[in-house]
Design a binder for this molecule. Sequence first.
Ligand code: VGL
Ligand code: ZN
Length: 202
Amino acid sequence: MPNEALIVVDMQNDFCEGGALAVPGANGILPLVNRLIGRHDHVILTQDWHPAGHASFASAWADAVPFSTVKFPYGPQTLWPDHCVQGTSGADFHPGLEATKAQMIVRKGFHTGIDSYSAFRENDRMTRTGLDGYLKARGFTRLIICGLALDYCVAWTAIDGRQAGFDIAVVVEATAALDLEGSRRRMLTEMRQGGINLNATA
Ligand code: VGL
Ligand code: ZN
């Protein structure tokens, strides 16, 4: 469909098996993600792309442990293990991902003090990535979303996409979740209530 784009979120080594912030089940979705890529004319990849010492890394703070939550100027922020550092192999796309066809790669999380789960808007909820303008300029009205992690970058990208006026379907079977303290269930509910279609299949 000419007005439809596939967005593949953060299929990077650090989120896959053996990676610094591995999402359980990440490698298992690769065949489904590749099948979706094969079936779509317009493919966009997102890439988590942090400078070393990024504020979302627990290692950047004294006495902080990964997966704890701290107060940032823009609100609560989960601290993560160092991951997807610019230029490292952990930030590369998984070698099994059919990445060649991608028409656009959106990098996010490159401002040292601001994390970015959404591919549209950073975690301060103000700084925009430009993806909205790109998609609208190209005439896309419907977005199919898959990738990692369902309850963080996929969910926030879907919710912000909906808010920007796109028709959104998340292919849940082509995602995997971190599931920290019930985040999978919580974000599925938020997406459903936000008018996002969760019934699409790969
Ligand atoms: C993500 C946590 C930190 C994700 C990225 O891709 O879902 N999660 N950075
Ligand atoms: Zn990140």
